[in-house]
Ligand binder design. Structure first.
Ligand SMILES: *[C@@H]1O[C@H](CO)[C@@H](O)[C@H](O)[C@H]1NC(C)=O
Ligand SMILES: *[C@@H]1O[C@H](CO)[C@@H](O)[C@H](O)[C@H]1NC(C)=O
Ligand SMILES: *[C@@H]1O[C@H](CO)[C@@H](O)[C@H](O)[C@H]1NC(C)=O
Ligand SMILES: *[C@@H]1O[C@H](CO)[C@@H](O)[C@H](O)[C@H]1NC(C)=O
Ligand SMILES: *[C@@H]1O[C@H](CO)[C@@H](O)[C@H](O)[C@H]1NC(C)=O
Ligand SMILES: *[C@@H]1O[C@H](CO)[C@@H](O)[C@H](O)[C@H]1NC(C)=O
Ligand SMILES: *[C@@H]1O[C@H](CO)[C@@H](O)[C@H](O)[C@H]1NC(C)=O
Length: 665
């Protein structure tokens, strides 16, 4: 075992014989309390993980938001962490920057503003935290690095925080550095300075959303840096921290964790780390990547959210088990509560934590997740044994006089496959401040003085359905509620609603690709821009779209079918890509990179002219049409022979799209 046994655990072991008879544990504030609790959260972004949520019809969209944020209802999250969009690919898509260009500022792009407001509507006390993954290209001056001009980067991030306040009345309480990348000491100090100078002294800095050691070591050596940073945030810490991090006396957070498929095993992972991140690692906040799985399931890390809402076209969503595991902690604690020192491991495996509001309330969360039912996606879980056991808890100190505790239980029941999550049991009466539980394998218990817990529910959502086989969008929306058109999932570049006010004929309202320079990337963006849409299972389909190239020099634009990859794998996307270029040529390729050429020839296409492109694939045959006339036919053999429909451009360049339609077999 890699755990260090806590003093209390050792005391419990010494005090009670290690046998099948009851092991006893003391819960007490005699001798002081542990660390302040900062809350349990979900992360929207990193990237584009809430993309499809915004397109849900009501009332389903509000119901999903209630399951996530409404107090005493579902996950009742304490913290919402969002991505500061940077125009780059950040795992499952791109999110737009508030500054695509150096002289550009817009605080109404994307959906994170909306999501934060919806969260706050439900829970006015929700803690908001934000972090950049990628940055627009201008900020790197052509380099894939944001720290050569740290003052520019600090200003850029602070503008976003000021924009949140000014345009949305959203107060961001914590901001991070650069997700999972090297930090720059000069930048962190400049960020602190710029926040303070901008009247944002109350915004706290988390560093560095990566590993424990490097940042902890720097904080110990540099008092000025230490003064700038409030929280050390580590990712996927495997419930443990390091001595240097403890030595800094900073708050320690698992500022990104979980990332596991959201079935019962995923919930088992979540139950174990929510307790043990504190028991083993003194972490006082755990944030789930991601908040809600609202992206096409075939993108990387499909369904790694606390619940699933990936079908806005049907309205179907799934309140997955991690929601109820979250409720075990969130509904009975709040940021500002304090952990007791008396937390630890159970003698026969599992763990318990206890928290208090300092006013007499006590919440105890116990988990007995077995090794094989609680592994997370990373890091590897060291072996441990766990058996059913009887546990007696003795309440002492200011809790000695508690007479009754509410009881909430989840039983995973992996053998029968009939789990019961977050069930309210009869309250336990305490005798002399003591209660005893028979704990089976794979259970979670909450015992609490808080009486407001509730398992919220709505009528079942509509049944699951595939993406519609006939779909069209002409982007004719006067005041779109979001900057992007429904169901399009940008994988490189950013596609936005656009209005041309200078007598453009029929194409007043279009969709425009607006990223004109390769971003400061977080992962491997393609060299082309692309937005995917539809059903990944599609094999035989026709994609039609009006296209308009604006890059006179070497512009190009495409429609595609059977696109096989997106997210951080987008550069390796295969499919059938039909391109036309401003130099009067066309090309058909089986890769997004444009290297595997199936056909090419003359098209007569040029910039600033509208064309209708049509691509039909059926079995091994593909046909391309330009303005309704067949331009080429070819045979295609693809593995996999299915995938999304897509549109995009040949480089980071302005281009427009109109009258998109897809008909699938
Ligand atoms: C516990 O919290 C509730 C609010 O949930 C509060 O009304 C009560 O006074 C607190 N204290 C005790 C001892 O229950
Ligand atoms: C688990 O129990 C088995 C059987 O008693 C034992 O061989 C093994 O070493 C134990 N593993 C751990 C990690 O304690
Ligand atoms: C409770 O504690 C008192 C004093 O220690 C003891 O006399 C009494 O028997 C206990 N009651 C029970 C039910 O254990
Ligand atoms: C807007 O429409 C006008 C008139 O057709 C055209 O000349 C111009 O290129 C269009 N501008 C954009 C940005 O699409
Ligand atoms: C294309 O869309 C425009 C509006 O954006 C509309 O006026 C025009 O009729 C559409 N053309 C076709 C062929 O659907
Ligand atoms: C036209 O432009 C494309 C993309 O820039 C390029 O690959 C192709 O070679 C050009 N063709 C001609 C004939 O210049
Ligand atoms: C696609 O078309 C081919 C050839 O017509 C056919 O064999 C195949 O079953 C079709 N696939 C689907 C999913 O309909």
């Amino acid at each position: 075992m890699c755990w260090r046994l806590s003093a209390v655990f050792v005391a419990a072991l010494l005090a009670s014989p290690r046998s099948s008879s009851a092991d006893t544990y003391v819960l007490s504030d005699d001798g002081g309390l542990g660390r302040d609790f900062d809350g349990i959260g979900g992360l929207s972004g990193g990237g584009a993980t809430s993309r499809l949520l915004v397109n849900y019809p009501e009332p389903h969209r509000s119901q999903i938001l209630d399951y996530l944020f409404k107090p005493n209802f579902g996950a009742s999250l304490h913290i919402l962490k969002v991505e500061i969009g940077g125009d780059g690919q950040t795992t499952d898509g791109t999110e737009p920057s508030h500054m695509h260009y150096e002289d550009d500022e817009n605080y109404f792009r994307g959906y994170e503003w909306w999501l934060m407001k919806e969260a706050k509507k439900r829970n006015p006390d929700i803690v908001l935290t934000a972090l950049p993954w990628s940055f627009p290209g201008w900020l790197g001056h052509g380099k894939d690095w944001p720290y050569d001009f740290p003052d520019v980067t600090a200003n850029y991030v602070v503008k976003w925080i000021l924009g949140a306040k000014k345009y949305h009345d959203l107060h961001i309480q914590y901001v991070g550095i650069w997700n999972e990348r090297n930090f720059d000491v000069k930048y962190i100090k400049l960020l602190r300075y710029t926040l303070d100078k901008s009247g944002l002294e109350e915004v706290r800095i988390i560093a560095s959303d990566n590993l424990w050691e490097p940042i902890a070591q720097s904080l110990l050596l540099d008092p000025e840096l230490s003064g700038a940073v409030d929280v050390i945030g580590a990712h996927y810490p495997g419930t443990v921290t390091v001595p240097q991090a403890l030595k800094t006396l900073k708050k320690l957070w698992a500022s990104e964790d979980y990332s596991t498929y959201n079935d019962a095993m995923g919930a088992g992972c979540w139950a174990r780390i929510l307790n043990q991140n504190y028991v083993n690692g003194q972490m006082t906040s755990t944030i789930s990547w991601n908040l809600v799985a609202s992206y096409y399931e075939e993108l990387p890390f499909g369904r790694c959210g606390l619940m699933t809402a990936q079908e806005p076209w049907s309205g179907n969503y799934v309140v997955s088990p991690p929601i109820w595991i979250t409720a075990h902690t969130t509904q009975f604690t709040q940021p500002g509560w304090t952990y007791l020192r008396t937390v630890g491991h159970l003698a026969q495996g599992g763990s318990y934590v206890a928290l208090t509001d300092g006013k007499g309330n006590l919440t105890v969360v116990i988990e007995t997740m077995t090794h094989d039912h609680s592994a997370c996606i990373r890091p590897p879980l060291p072996a441990f044994n766990l058996t059913s056991q009887t546990a007696t808890f003795n309440l002492r100190g200011s809790f000695a006089s508690i007479k009754e505790l509410q009881v909430w239980r989840s039983q995973f029941n992996f053998k029968t496959q009939k789990p019961s999550f977050f069930e309210k049991l009869t309250a336990v009466k305490l005798v002399n401040g003591s209660f005893t539980l028979d704990l089976a394998e794979d259970e979670v218990y909450t015992l609490t003085t808080v009486t407001t817990g509730r398992k919220g529910s709505y009528a079942d959502p509509p049944p699951s359905a595939r993406f519609p086989k006939a779909y069209k969008d002409n982007f004719d929306v006067q005041d779109p509620p979001f900057s992007e058109a429904p169901n399009f999932a940008d994988q490189t570049g950013v596609f936005e609603y656009f209005v041309n006010t200078t007598d453009p004929g029929p194409h007043v309202f279009t969709m425009r690709q607006v990223v004109t320079q390769r971003p400061v990337t977080w992962t491997a963006d393609a060299d082309q821009t692309i937005s995917v849409i539809g059903d990944y299972k599609w094999q035989n389909l026709s994609v039609t779209c009006d296209v308009f190239m604006e890059n006179v020099k070497n512009g190009g634009i495409f429609v595609a079918a059977r696109v096989s990859k997106g997210g951080q794998d987008v550069r390796r996307a295969k499919g059938v890509f039909f391109w036309v270029f401003v130099n009067g040529t066309y090309k058909v390729t089986s890769d997004i990179g444009g290297q595997a050429v199936l056909a090419e020839g003359k098209s007569g296409t040029e910039a600033f002219t509208w064309y209708t492109l049509s691509l039909t694939v059926e079995g091994q045959k593909a046909t391309g049409m330009l303005n309704g006339k067949v331009l080429w036919t070819n045979s295609v053999q693809l593995q996999p022979p299915n995938g999304w429909a897509a549109i995009g451009t040949a480089s980071f360049e302005l281009a427009q799209f109109d009258n998109f339609s897809v008909v699938a077999e």
